[in-house]
Design a protein around this ligand. Structure first.
Ligand SMILES: Cc1cc2nc3c(=O)[nH]c(=O)nc-3n(C[C@H](O)[C@H](O)[C@H](O)COP(=O)(O)OP(=O)(O)OC[C@H]3O[C@@H](n4cnc5c(N)ncnc54)[C@H](O)[C@@H]3O)c2cc1C
Length: 454
């Protein structure tokens, strides 16, 4: 690959920018990263950036490919399943996968970001902070930047600009000016707020460490993921408006009363609840789809900039990291023929990123509502039995998305078929022992075997 003369400018040093930069510089490209925020390694990060995330197979695969997973391994906590908290305080544990190898991993967004930026710098990637991209020239590909503290404006020439600048991408905003640029954004009526469960005595977690805790309440929910410092990062998902909503919780008394009624066991371990609640902003959640993701061979969108999704499948970052896997595989096969490469990248990914966007919305209903339903939990048990009996043929949708690298569109299509099968097998029984295995055999052979290898 003759890359010596190609200068690549990455906009956005969030999660994906540094990861991609590492793999590009290793391939011999001159890469620079520009980030609008100050360097979070030197300046305290604000609320909204301290959330922890679930890292799973696709993300881990991309981190391994870049040779940085061993560094990330030190800052993750494996979670074996969901711990559901009823209002009564009763706990129900539902494993994520068929065994101990199928786990998701909690990681602090800030720690992950810092580790990736340190690794990028160690490989020689120059990182420039306080540099906001304000646009790029469509004909020349030059990138415009503004220094956030001084307001000084500069323009840099580059062979290629890659927008890893997240859901509010400035590069994408520029593309909106093109004719025939397709764009849709769909906000949820729900917002989210970060809250914290502090560490207990001796820095220990005060509830089970290796679980994602959920307080599902039908139309809203609270979740908590552990941090390595003994705290839990919690997120409250609630409608923006209405009777039970962020708008309605406008005093400390109301917030406390709401938690007493809905999440009493969480309230018991959240001494700073009301301070957190009013100090932290209420975030919005959006699904963004657009096309094309590139302007000839001059600019490309990757990660949330190309396809932001809502967080309920824990896949936004994993999907963005998987973009790197697909992009680099094509780069290795096609070489730096940017127009051809960018078009091939979008073709290889678009159906999958559209599919995971829809799966993420679906999973919202599952998390806030269905996980509290005994029939749903029973179906999950039957799913695991089917997987045991037909390994590799019947793989639960959650597992295909989270523990495998099955293309998302295939996972969605197979998942829909399996959902129908589960309906047929579960509807008239109460116990796993009652599964009609002859019927299961017929359904598997009729519906899933023809798809083998898909
Ligand atoms: C509440 C919540 C929970 C989530 N949980 C999960 C989870 O459990 N698992 C999971 O996989 N995903 C999760 N996600 C999604 C995940 O956060 C995103 O998919 C991921 O951060 C996308 O990475 P990115 O690099 O594309 O964008 P980002 O990480 O958002 O990085 C974009 C970067 O670009 C910078 N930037 C923006 N504009 C400019 C500009 N004009 N000039 C220069 N720099 C700019 C930003 O400051 C930022 O640093 C969650 C998201 C939310 C909101």
């Amino acid at each position: 690959m003759n890359a010596a003369n190609d200068k690549l400018t990455l906009i956005g040093s969030g999660l994906t920018g540094p990861l991609l930069a590492i793999s590009l510089i290793k391939r011999g490209f001159a890469v620079e990263l520009y980030e609008r925020r100050p360097d979070m390694r030197r300046v305290a990060i604000s609320a909204g950036r301290s959330i922890n995330l679930a890292l799973s197979t696709r993300g881990i695969h991309a981190l391994r490919e870049a040779g940085v997973f061993h560094q990330i391994q030190k800052i993750i906590i494996p979670l074996r399943g969901r711990m559901m908290h009823a209002v009564s305080g009763e706990l129900t544990f539902m494993p994520y996968g068929k065994d101990e190898t199928e786990v998701i991993n909690a990681v602090s967004r800030a720690d992950l970001n810092i580790t990736l930026m340190n690794a990028a710098e160690a490989y020689g990637v120059p990182l420039h902070f306080n540099q906001r991209c304000t646009g790029f020239d469509l004909p020349t590909g030059a990138v415009h930047l503004r220094e956030e503290e001084t307001g000084a404006e500069t323009t840099i020439e580059t062979n290629v600009a890659i927008g890893t600048d997240g859901a509010g991408s400035a590069i994408r905003s520029e593309m909106l000016k093109l004719t025939r640029f397709n764009f849709s954004q769909q906000y949820l009526d729900y917002g989210y707020k970060e809250l914290t469960i502090p560490a207990g005595p001796a820095g220990k977690h005060v509830v089970e460490t290796h679980a994602l805790h959920i307080w599902p309440r039908g139309t809203f929910m609270l979740i908590a993921l552990p941090n390595i410092d003994g705290t839990f990062g919690c997120i409250l998902f609630l409608p923006f408006e209405g009777e039970v909503s962020f708008a309605a919780l406008d005093t400390e008394t109301k917030v406390k009363g709401f938690f007493e009624a809905q999440f009493p066991d969480a309230l018991a371990v959240m001494p700073d609840l009301t301070d957190n609640f009013f100090a932290n902003p209420t975030g919005a959640m959006v699904t963004i789809k657009c096309s094309p993701w590139h302007v000839d061979g001059k600019a490309l969108l990757l990660g949330d900039a190309a396809h932001a999704i809502v967080p309920f499948f824990g896949q936004g970052m994993n999907c963005a990291f998987e973009d790197c896997t697909y992009f680099l595989d094509l780069l290795d096969r096609l070489g730096p023929d940017w127009p051809r490469l960018f078009a091939a990248f979008e073709r290889s990914r678009k159906a999958d990123t559209d599919a995971v966007a829809d799966l993420a919305i679906e999973n919202f209903v599952e998390m806030r509502d269905r996980v509290a339903d005994p029939r749903f939990l029973f179906r999950k048990k039957v799913e695991l039995e089917l997987e045991k009996r037909y390994p590799g043929t019947f793989v639960p949708k959650y597992a295909m998305v989270t523990f495998h690298r099955t293309p998302y569109s295939v996972a969605a299509a197979r998942g829909a078929i399996q959902d129908r099968m589960l309906g047929e097998l579960c509807d008239s029984i109460e116990r796993v022992e009652e599964i009609d295995w002859r019927k299961a055999e017929t359904l598997v052979h009729r519906e899933l075997t023809p798809l083998a290898g898909a």
